[in-house]
Design a protein around this ligand. Structure first.
Ligand code: FES
Ligand SMILES: [Fe+2]
Length: 358
């Protein structure tokens, strides 16, 4: 395990809610150990404020909306979307220091993203790339999982899909996953793990999709290309194509291709919000297929949830123990180095892990 003081950087965009979760109502949510209240203005743009009234600290999420303003549910202080108090009961002048902290919020790729660090650094161009989730060329849907583990355990899980063989044997895993070689490449802001499984029998999840598109499913080439973007986003280009149809050489036309989009946001040090979606680029208007895929992936990720919660509990039960790294952990190791580098950059005086490694 890493020995850094904090598990996560603050200067990053974190997904806080799915678009459909946020409405004209107050939504309380904890992000990076910070209690927040969120809502949409009348024009739909998202707002995120500290969830404790300046006056006597009642959670503002217990109040109500009045137009774009939030009214505290205890003594009626009114706050604007920037967190500044605009009205106080029984007095004409508003105390100028009366405010709660507001956080930059942006809606993109069907998610609401928040920036909890230095607002001057909140560059919208840095929102992680999950564009498939909303691109008309792709169809799909997803969910939020409340995972009872450090968000980095989910990153580890997604960066090494060898576990599919053992955790997801009835759907997406078979021996071919654990047996196939893989390649890891990295830069200072990405880690990519590429695995091709050639001439294999596709597992049930993929055989079904291939037969949906082509009418039949036989031996196939299967790929998993995992891209990590720190601190918590993992997008996985996945698919299968009939063996000999040219997919490894770049022609995927005869196959089926999906993107598993994942972004994990720390809730506390030992829990996280795990937002995922599965998008595909074939049979775009087949609602039944969208539902079948969403329910299928929900079942698959349910298997991960059980493992991850048990792993987190074991980590808490054995504070003196460490992880050991195998070859299969190369992608996760690099992902954690990039996370550690972001955390170190926010802690002056701490040597940067990437400098140590160099
Ligand atoms: S606690 Fe919010 S107005 Fe008093
Ligand atoms: Fe899994």
């Amino acid at each position: 395990m890493t020995t850094t003081r904090q598990n996560f950087p603050r200067n990053a965009w974190y997904a806080a809610a799915y678009d459909i979760e946020l409405n004209r109502a107050l939504l309380a949510r904890t992000i990076c150990n910070q209690k927040l209240v969120m809502y949409r203005r009348q024009d739909g743009t998202p707002v995120a404020l500290e969830d404790a009234c300046w006056h006597r600290m009642l959670p503002l999420s217990k109040g109500h909306l009045d137009g774009d303003q939030l009214v505290c549910g205890y003594h009626g202080l009114v706050y604007g979307p920037n967190g500044r108090c605009t009205s106080m009961p029984s007095q004409q002048t508003v105390n100028p220091s009366a405010c709660v902290r507001g956080y930059p919020a942006i809606e993109r790729h069907r998610l609401i993203w928040l920036w909890l660090g230095d607002p001057a650094l909140a560059d919208p161009a840095k929102v992680p790339d999950m564009h498939w989730n909303g691109d008309p060329e792709w169809a799909g849907d997803g969910r939020r999982i409340h995972a009872k583990c450090d968000y980095r355990l989910v990153v580890d899980n997604l960066m090494d899909l060898t576990h599919e063989t053992f955790v997801h044997g009835s759907s997406i895993g078979n021996r071919a996953v654990a047996e196939a070689p893989f390649k890891v490449t990295y830069t200072d802001d990405r880690v990519v793990v590429t695995r091709w499984m050639r001439d294999i029998e596709p597992p049930p999840f993929w055989a079904y999709q291939l037969s949906k598109k082509n009418g039949a499913a036989g031996r196939s080439d299967r790929w998993q290309i995992i891209t990590f973007e720190p601190p918590g986003t993992v997008t996985i280009d996945v698919g299968v194509a009939p063996v000999g149809s040219g997919a490894p050489e770049g022609d995927r036309a005869a196959g089926v291709n999906g993107y598993v989009l994942n972004t994990m946001t720390p809730e506390t040090d030992t829990t996280c919000h795990y937002f995922w979606a599965f998008c595909r680029n074939y049979n775009l208007h087949d609602q039944g297929l969208t539902q079948w895929l969403r329910e299928g992936v929900t079942r698959v990720f349910g298997e991960d949830e059980t493992i991850l919660a048990a792993q987190q509990q074991a980590i808490l039960d054995h504070p003196d123990k460490e992880f050991y790294n195998l070859n299969i952990d190369a992608g996760a190791m690099w992902a954690r180095r990039l996370i550690d580098a972001m955390i170190a950059a926010e802690s002056p005086g701490t040597p940067r892990p990437l400098e140590i490694a160099a």
